[in-house]
Ligand binder design. Structure first.
Ligand SMILES: *Cc1c(COP(=O)(O)O)cnc(C)c1O
Length: 469
């Protein structure tokens, strides 16, 4: 999907170690990789939580003034330092001039969303006219499905991946119900093979080939929130469209994480949230994409005044002049207080570029994988150490920055111990742990520290809770 660095991450780690004449797991390797990292100063643009401020930290185990190890960017990105400044600019404007703020200043409120849209197109690989910044993810998914899902007696199914994010699952169920369709028959869910955690592309393509004639919409996520699997968006899109289906993607975990080329891939529609890798804060402004080819054929099902052309919008004559394409899907006036944090974050992306971020990310996550395999790989079975398995695909083309780990021991106590040591990651399911080193603000040394804290957390959990485990 994207050009890869010539060297695989594990080879880089080993090469650096041999140059430094140390073992690949030596701290010096991490420090060296940080020195070589051209993006290392980008973390200065963010507030990194301190140990002393985290609710679950045990201050006797950590240096309270140190930064926490924040690996939860997959749930909520950290705050760019400029957020406060930008929010203040708009609060000041509001305080000083009230309604005039709609048309004046750096971000006239009427076009607040449009003032930052030029910072988003490279991130998703789209023309400005193909994207709109509005609402939240699930709302946008509903609005897009209302236009793209037009079931007929022969073509009435929606195809999606197993264990889709609950909100997407419910959105699809309720869209089917809106059309009076039977959920069992119309919701086609692809499961991984028996004993496997992630889906194989060949299996997805086979379902599309066999059942595509009855599928109206294929709705996949770009990256699966739990397994971290990155789906082959261009291949799924091409296969689906060859069968006459519309193909859309939920990019919640892909946007700001991997390179996307929605326009070139010919994706029909897509939506995303901005508070995960795009760091816009909880409940941040969502995004939607409608491919240029649908500009004059696909129309919003629900219309509001911000879908009306700006030049005549305020004539208020109730004669709709709909903006063609994605921006016609906007219903209400843009929430300027949500535009500000996203603005601060997107400026950082612009400076860093997705290409450079992805390059670092591949090595950063590859280093994490290397260290986990070294200390907790399957070959450690039989020793007393717990085994940690990585359910995220090992192929770098099939994942973003997140690795999902499962443990051979109950993870509950070990996680408590990790949290006490200032590691912030995300527990899912009975023993799954989502670990997401983010190239904008995480370092190789963060990964190094994570690995050593994991080991002391597991030891401590075993000592303290061995009778309960
Ligand atoms: C985070 C996430 C959501 C959240 O939806 P909101 O409408 O923003 O609350 C939905 N779908 C997926 C796949 C997600 O990862």
């Amino acid at each position: 999907m994207e050009p890869f660095p010539l060297e695989l991450p594990a080879d880089t780690v080993q090469r650096v170690a041999s140059e430094l004449r140390c073992h690949p797991t030596d701290e010096r390797v991490a420090l060296h990789l940080d020195e070589e990292d051209k993006l290392r100063h980008f973390k200065e643009y963010f507030h990194i939580p301190k140990m002393q401020d985290l609710p679950s930290v045990d201050l006797s185990l950590v240096n309270k003034d140190e930064n926490a190890i924040y690996f939860s960017g997959s749930s909520l990105g950290l705050q760019p330092k400029m957020v406060k400044t930008y929010l203040n600019e708009e609060l000041e404007k509001w305080a000083k001039m009230g309604v005039y703020g709609h048309e004046i200043g750096k971000r006239p409120w009427i076009t607040g969303d449009e003032t930052i849209i030029g910072l988003m197109n490279d991130i998703v690989g789209a023309n400005e006219k193909e994207i709109a910044l509005m609402n939240a993810l699930t709302v946008n998914l509903h609005l897009l499905l209302l236009s793209f899902f037009k079931p007929t007696p022969k073509r009435y199914k929606i195809l999606l991946e197993a264990k889709a994010f609950p909100s997407d699952h419910y959105a699809i169920e309720s869209q089917l119900q809106l059309h009076g369709l039977d959920i069992e028959k119309s919701m086609r869910i692809i499961q991984p093979r028996e004993g496997e955690e992630t889906l194989r592309l060949e299996d997805i393509l086979e379902v599309i080939e066999k059942e595509g004639d009855a599928i109206a919409v294929i709705l996949f996520c770009g990256i699966h929130f739990y397994t971290g699997q990155l789906f082959n968006i261009p291949a799924i899109t091409k296969a689906g469209q060859a069968k006459g289906c519309f193909v859309g993607f939920d990019l919640a975990h892909a946007v700001g994480n991997v390179e996307l080329h929605l326009h070139d891939w010919g994706v029909d529609f897509a939506c995303w949230c901005s508070y995960k890798y795009l760091n816009s804060g909880a409940g941040g402004l969502g995004g939607a994409f409608v491919h240029e080819k649908h500009t004059h054929t696909i129309k919003p099902a629900l219309v509001g005044w911000f879908g009306h052309e700006l030049s005549t919008r305020f004539k208020m004559d109730n004669k709709l002049q709909l903006i063609p394409g994605a921006n016609g899907f906007r219903i209400s006036n843009p929430p300027i207080l949500l535009v500000c944090p996203l603005h601060a974050s997107l400026e950082i992306f612009k400076k860093a570029t997705m290409k450079a971020l992805r390059r670092k990310s591949i090595l950063l996550t590859g280093y994490l994988e290397y260290m986990i395999k070294h200390y907790y790989g399957k070959d450690k079975e039989g020793t007393k150490k717990p085994v940690v398995s990585i359910i995220t695909p090992s192929n770098i083309e099939d994942r973003g920055c997140q690795l999902t780990l499962t443990f051979s021991v109950p993870i509950k106590y070990a996680l408590l111990e990790l949290e006490k040591r200032g590691v912030v990651c995300d527990k899912r399911g009975k023993n799954g742990l989502r670990v997401a080193p983010v190239p904008l603000y995480n370092s190789f040394h963060d990964v190094y520290k994570f690995i050593s804290l994991l080991s002391s957390a597991l030891d401590s959990a075993e000592r303290k809770y061995s009778n309960v485990i």
